[in-house]
Write a protein that binds this ligand. Structure first.
Ligand code: CDP
Ligand code: MG
Length: 133
């Protein structure tokens, strides 16, 4: 079974959407194999998002991910990486399809409620980052 990393971002935790989002994954055949609520430092966020270090939004992104508690999860299921990306919807909630997490709950391109790995390779690295010490 494939695994992917999901993060419920601070905007969704703040609005008490974590249970609804978790249930949405379960209902759509992604099992939550592991889950923990953490509050990371800006340095940890910068390390996690380092693929984006040359982007203009990098600094704000790292400040944001470390601004409050998040929930990191290992999701497991058939084609988990792609399946999660479909359930998340487009990066900008304005462009996201109906019945996707970002359409239902996202506020803006930066406060878009969830993160999901974009490839099997990155999923392995991101799971390692949060769950294996
Ligand atoms: O999260 P996703 O893989 O859909 O998008 P990304 O291109 O990998 O960007 C990572 C995150 O950076 C997004 O989820 C947004 O929170 C943020 N971002 C932003 O604040 N402004 C942009 N123009 C693009 C992305
Ligand atoms: Mg991405």
């Amino acid at each position: 079974m494939e695994q992917t990393l999901s993060i419920i971002k601070p905007d969704a935790i703040e609005r008490n959407l974590a249970e609804e989002i978790k249930n949405f994954f379960k209902k759509n055949n992604l099992n939550i194999k592991d889950s923990k609520k953490i509050h990371i430092t800006k340095e940890e966020a910068s390390e996690f998002y380092k693929v984006h270090q040359s982007k203009p939004f990098y600094n704000d992104l790292c400040a944001y991910l470390s601004s409050g508690p998040i929930i990191v999860m290992i999701l497991e299921g058939e084609n988990a990486v792609l399946s999660n990306r479909k359930l998340m919807g487009a990066t900008n909630p304005k462009d996201a399809d109906e019945n996707t997490i970002r359409k239902m709950y996202g506020i803006s391109i930066d406060k878009n409620s969830v993160h999901g790995s974009d490839s099997v390779d990155n999923a392995k690295k991101e799971i390692e980052f949060f769950f294996k010490n």
